[in-house]
Design a protein around this ligand. Structure first.
Ligand SMILES: Cc1cc2nc3c(=O)[nH]c(=O)nc-3n(C[C@H](O)[C@H](O)[C@H](O)COP(=O)(O)OP(=O)(O)OC[C@H]3O[C@@H](n4cnc5c(N)ncnc54)[C@H](O)[C@@H]3O)c2cc1C
Length: 379
């Protein structure tokens, strides 16, 4: 990518916050808490504003510029959970609200979303299944001027800290996937809406997720996002951007990991030589270079197609698949290069490995991405 001065300035604003964003990242991970004080640094970095119009306080930039800034976030912020919260904030509600929302919905929410005062989450997955998302059981039934929401969702990132939720629910079961699902905007504190405690998980510990329960929860009709029945189209729009935004962060994280390994391989000595002079170690770093370069190219290639409104189905699936799997592979290699230190919590690399696994699951598992590619190949 060739960046303009303005794009580089936006990236620079994020890297200037790198130290504050990374501060005590291992301790925060061990405590498995959302670092509220660092949310102030995320806000100050300007990253949340990049894709939103100036009239709502944003920088009004395109998707590729947003990705460039998020890659920088991945590179300079050693707290991957915090970066994940930020990308969920951008893509879950602000992005579809801008594209599908009414003027009054935008006026009510967008300024608070891009300033980071309102934290967002989106809820698709249910305990009965995530891959087959539109087999969802949560229903929203119109009664007078309100939708009555019943059901539950699980694994909802940002759930425990969010103020505003995009809930995907069936408004007409008979219509099924196409036309049967809708998206409703639901505010924390609405009667009949219960937000669960954070669920303990393997990694991304500073990014809390939880279960949501709806029990005859009333949502005003005007809170439907887009038109009734547009759930599938909205999810498709959001998932494309979620893949671009979260996996370009992974590219930045892989770049930082590779540089850390190069530095270590040059300075760590065994048998009187730097370990980087042993071909077995050098090759692991070469593999990292290939992984980060091919992932970066794949994610930006998909981003260019999305930006140009071209069909990007296969490109997104390939980009998501190789980046998430390269993230795991490079995290494993980094531990091996660091030897015993790599296995210790204080080096921060075991955390990288735990974090990386999540990427092979959220935004459509590796298996589902392979199915998509197979489908595009006519299989
Ligand atoms: C860190 C994290 C954050 C998340 N954040 C959110 C969030 O903010 N909002 C939200 O709604 N959800 C969120 N999720 C949920 C996530 O989207 C789902 O976990 C994911 O879609 C998989 O669904 P599942 O867990 O029900 O697994 P299942 O769908 O039950 O799949 C189980 C296994 O079967 C495989 N499988 C399923 N169907 C097929 C098939 N047709 N062919 C081949 N293999 C198949 C899967 O790949 C997987 O290996 C999050 C998950 C994680 C781990």
């Amino acid at each position: 990518m060739k960046w303009t001065e303005q794009q580089l300035e936006l990236q620079h604003a994020v890297s200037e916050m790198g130290e504050a964003l990374s501060k005590d990242h291992i301790e925060w991970d061990q405590r498995a808490e959302f670092p509220w004080e660092k949310w102030q640094s995320i806000k100050a970095s300007g990253v949340l504003k990049v894709p939103f119009p100036k009239k709502y306080g944003g920088h009004e930039q395109d998707i590729l510029t947003t990705m460039g800034v998020l890659e920088q976030l991945g590179y300079c912020c050693e707290d991957a959970g915090l970066s994940f919260v930020a990308s969920t904030q951008i893509v879950s509600i602000g992005t579809p609200l801008l594209r599908f929302g009414t003027e009054s919905q935008k006026a009510k929410y967008l300024e608070k979303i891009c300033s980071g005062r309102t934290i967002c989450a989106h809820a698709i997955t249910e305990a009965s299944g995530g891959s087959d998302a539109f087999a969802m059981r949560t229903t929203a039934t119109l009664k007078d001027d309100k939708y009555i929401l019943n059901g539950s969702k699980t694994f909802i990132s940002n759930g425990p800290i969010a103020d505003l939720f995009a809930i995907y629910a069936m408004t007409d079961k008979d219509k099924g996937v196409m036309g049967g699902a809708s998206v409703l905007l639901l505010e924390r504190g609405t009667p009949g809406f219960e937000i669960g405690e954070p669920i303990k998980k393997m990694g991304l510990n500073t990014s809390p997720l939880c279960e949501l329960v709806f029990n005859n929860c009333e949502i005003p009709r005007k809170n439907v996002l887009g038109k009734v029945g547009m759930g599938f189209s909205i999810l498709d729009y959001v998932m494309k951007r979620e893949i671009l935004c979260s996996f370009i962060i992974s590219v930045g994280e892989m770049q930082r990991r590779m540089e850390k390994c190069i530095e270590y391989a040059k300075t760590r000595k065994q048998f009187g030589k730097s370990i980087g002079s042993f071909q077995a170690i050098a090759n692991k770093i070469v593999d990292m270079k290939i992984a980060v370069t091919s992932s970066r190219e794949a994610v930006y290639r998909a981003g260019k197609k999305v930006q140009n409104n071209q069909n990007a189905t296969i490109d997104l699936a390939i980009a998501k698949l190789i980046t998430s799997e390269n993230d795991v592979a490079t995290a494993l290699n980094a531990i091996q290069i660091f030897g015993g230190s790599g296995y210790m919590v204080e080096t921060g690399l075991e955390k990288d490995l735990r974090n990386s696994i999540a990427g092979t699951i959220y935004s459509g598992t590796s298996e589902i991405q392979r199915n998509r590619i197979a489908g595009m190949l006519g299989l």
